[in-house]
Write a protein of this length. Structure first.
Length: 330
């Protein structure tokens, strides 16, 4: 699947180059620091999943023009702005295997450049001259901010429910996937059924993507994850593997998990022995396997979402993106 994904990226080389050119041409503030941090983000090797989804959704309708590239760049800029802010909030030092912007330039420049990138994303949206798309991406941006605040409010809540978890990850992750897929259908004034199908496909893919991150945080190596391992536990975040483990475990193991999360919040250093105990309890109750099962459910829903569209290269490529994301945990 990795080879198939890499071949797809090669075929989209021209499209992705156009998107990067737009990002760099718009990220030209009076301060050289803006361009430095923007270049750092582009050079950090992200998969560009969100703009790729938008480009492929546009190709479903045989659309491949400047308008499409502008919106793809806008979506990637929104994502990049949130990464800069998230790394400050989470005090992250590594992302995609490289130092984060805040680790290199400190927090203040990261926040301010994040604000700048977010603002120019709206300049690119306006160029579409499509009120429905502008409304879609503006709402997605506000939902993302709301999702991050919800996560912050609930991050230390050991009683976080599965329903609340999915509400949070829709806001922080899935909504932008959903908007990226839906935007081309709106521009092309497609049927309501097609609009909903792409919206739901993006949402289901976004759910898989976030579940993937949450699962890998408890089982990956840093080389695979591309960032610090065990961050969710050390930051006190209750994610799906913990929620599903708590649903199945006995009172004794539940108390151990609760006590270790509480203890972790009181410490100034990361206790990797405590993390190992958490891993053992998750393994005991198959918490990762249960999380993967939920990801598989969203995978199956995403496949059904695309059934409305005729079989063609663009549809096949959207499925390739889906399978690539899913293959890392299935």
């Amino acid at each position: 699947m990795l080879e198939k994904f890499n071949n797809l990226i090669k075929t989209l080389g021209f499209d992705l180059k156009k998107v990067d050119e737009i990002i760099l041409s718009f990220a030209q503030g009076k301060s050289p620091l803006i361009q430095e941090i923007s270049n750092h983000l582009i050079a950090s090797g992200g998969k560009r999943i969100r703009p790729i989804l938008l480009i492929l959704a546009a190709k479903l309708f045989n659309q491949n023009n400047q308008n499409c590239y502008n919106l793809a760049a806008a979506v990637e800029l929104i994502h990049s702005a949130t990464l800069l802010h998230d790394d400050v909030v989470d005090t992250s030092q590594i992302r995609r295997g490289k130092k984060t912007a805040n680790a290199i330039w400190d927090n203040k420049p990261s926040i301010l450049v994040g604000d700048y990138l977010f603002s120019i994303s709206f300049q690119l949206m306006v160029l579409s001259k499509n009120l429905a798309v502008l409304d879609l991406l503006a709402k997605a941006s506000s939902i993302m901010a709301d999702g991050e605040v919800m996560q912050l409010e609930n991050s230390n809540d050991i009683n976080l429910t599965k329903d609340k978890y999915f509400e949070i990850i829709f806001g922080k992750t899935a909504v932008l996937f959903s908007a990226a897929c839906e935007a081309p259908a709106l521009i092309n004034e497609r049927s309501n059924d097609e609009i909903i199908a792409l919206r739901e496909f993006g949402k289901n893919l976004g759910n898989i993507f976030q579940i993937l991150d949450d699962v890998l945080d408890y089982c990956a190596t840093q080389a695979v994850l591309g960032k610090d391992i065990g961050n969710d536990f050390f930051e006190g975040k209750v994610t799906l593997p913990i929620i599903l483990t708590l649903e199945k475990c006995d009172e004794n193991d539940r108390k151990i998990i609760t006590d270790l999360f509480a203890k972790n919040l009181m410490q100034n250093e990361q206790n990797h022995d405590d993390f190992k105990i958490i891993l053992q309890i998750i393994e005991k109750y198959n918490g990762l396997g249960l999380a993967k099962n939920l990801a598989k459910h969203h995978h199956d829903l995403a496949i059904k979402n695309l059934e409305i569209f005729p079989n063609n290269a663009a549809k096949e490529n959207l499925i390739t993106i889906l399978e690539y994301c899913a293959a890392r945990i299935f």
